[in-house]
Design a binder for this molecule. Structure first.
Ligand SMILES: NC(=O)c1ccc[n+]([C@@H]2O[C@H](COP(=O)([O-])OP(=O)(O)OC[C@H]3O[C@@H](n4cnc5c(N)ncnc54)[C@H](O)[C@@H]3O)[C@@H](O)[C@H]2O)c1
Ligand SMILES: O=C(O)CC[C@@H](O)C(=O)O
Length: 395
């Protein structure tokens, strides 16, 4: 029985994905895996039993990836699982900003009951603009950015995108009508709306700063449904207060922007739909179950993608540093035990690597335990697992 520990409210549809071999609870001190949403794990001590973390969502800046790899924990996310939910909210926020919807509804609520609210003199203060023909800059054209960009093209907007790391798969998803900008300065130039959809990391923290905002049209609307800290909120407030920015819509609050009359703040709602939460929980549960039962890695963010069919009754998997002679050390220890390697697969991702060895001729459980212990003692190996071929065979 595998133990799965949850921290946040996880969609019941996703939890139902776990089969009878998995027990889900919030307290187990010896969990095999965590299933989480946005809980911050940077100050959290991982128990030695923990082998996997499934992040039900796209962003994983709440997880200390380097430390997880060092402790032999595979981390998974759910690429695209909530992208449509974010796209719909971003489109809604562009319309809300352009049509003064929130201000108008608030005004209607506070007039005398029965007053004629349709009088031109009163309602003209809420005159809006249309999206049709306006220019939208999309920074980051991955799962969310590409959906926002394509939907905006379909709404008749002129769309320009910036993504220096655009994957071939992501490029295939983009409408041909989307122009590609060579730089951040070029993408924001003359844009009526600027929306960011990049991961939060060292490079993107503060990427929308005072200098970039000074190049916006003063009538521009800025949207941040990616992460807090990608936009410099002090620069936003300065620009709003000096009429160099018209509106800021975001999913992330702080004391600087809280309560500003030209800022709309939502409580991190981008991925909060029934459908997105179910998609993400289902994807994370599947990735975790696959890893625990077969050792195959799908959608890992700290380890390489690696999937091989079971070639023998037993499989040894190792998470280790990406340094010379690891495979030599692993295979020579296996050979010393007179165990045959049926298949060996290895792949690296940055500083860490993952190795799958399918073996036959294991004499007995004592020999298995001895070999696993010796492999675990190789310096630079952070986790060794022995996995028996799942019932149902060669997966
Ligand atoms: N508000 C929410 O609830 C919510 C929901 C989903 C995602 N997000 C956030 O949005 C981010 C994007 O989500 P996604 O699913 O599209 O991720 P993704 O990984 O599919 O796409 C990110 C894109 O950003 C690009 N990129 C990276 N660095 C860049 C840079 N310096 N300049 C320009 N482009 C850059 C990448 O090449 C990639 O195409 C996530 O990392 C997460 O932080 C928030
Ligand atoms: O878990 C959530 O509700 C938000 C997830 C979202 O921020 C993401 O990065 O996918």
């Amino acid at each position: 029985m595998y133990q799965i520990k949850t921290f946040n409210a996880i969609s019941p549809v996703g939890l139902a994905t776990f089969t009878a071999e998995y027990q889900i609870n919030q307290k187990d001190a010896q969990p095999d895996a965590y299933l989480i949403r946005s809980v911050d794990l940077h100050e959290h001590d991982f128990p030695r039993s923990l082998k996997a973390i499934g992040r039900c969502g796209a962003g994983y800046n709440n997880i200390p990836l380097e430390r997880a790899s060092e402790q032999g924990i595979a981390v998974f996310n759910t690429p695209g699982g909530n992208a449509n939910a974010v796209k719909e909210l971003v489109l809604a926020m562009m319309i809300l900003a352009n049509r003064q919807v929130i201000a108008a509804a608030n005004w209607t609520n506070q007039v005398q009951p029965g007053a004629d609210i349709t009088l031109e003199a009163a309602k003209s203060q809420f005159n809006g603009q249309e999206l049709l023909g306006k220019r939208l800059a999309v920074i980051g054209l991955g799962h969310v950015g590409s959906l926002v960009a394509n939907a905006a093209v379909n709404l008749g907007m002129e769309v320009i995108g910036y993504d220096p790391y655009l994957s071939a798969d992501a490029a295939w998803q983009l409408s041909r009508e989307i122009h590609r900008a060579p730089s951040l300065a070029a993408v924001v130039d003359q844009a009526d709306f600027i929306t960011v959809h990049v991961p939060k990391n060292e490079e993107t923290t503060g990427m929308i700063d005072q200098e970039l905002i000074s190049q916006f049209k003063p009538t521009a609307v800025l949207l941040n449904f990616a992460r807090h800290g990608i936009v410099d909120n002090q620069a936003v407030i300065d620009a709003l207060n000096t009429k160099r920015l018209r509106w800021y819509s975001t999913d992330f609050s702080d004391a600087l922007i809280h309560g500003h009359p030209r800022v709309t703040i939502l409580p991190h709602l981008g991925g909060s739909t029934v459908e997105a939460e179910a998609n993400c929980a289902r994807m994370a549960a599947k990735a975790v179950m696959t890893y625990l039962t077969t050792g195959n890695l799908i959608n890992s963010v700290n380890l390489p993608a690696l999937q091989t069919p079971f070639a023998s009754p037993e499989r040894i998997t190792l998470i280790h540093r990406n340094i010379p002679n690891m495979l030599g050390q692993i295979s020579s220890l296996i050979a010393q035990h007179q165990i045959n390697i049926e298949n060996l697969a290895n792949r690296a991702k940055a500083d860490f690597a993952y190795t799958i060895v399918d073996v036959s001729d294991f004499a007995n459980p004592d020999q298995q335990a001895a070999l696993i212990q010796e492999l675990a003692q190789i310096p630079a190996v952070s986790r060794v697992r022995l996995i028996h071929q799942p019932r149902g065979g060669n997966k």
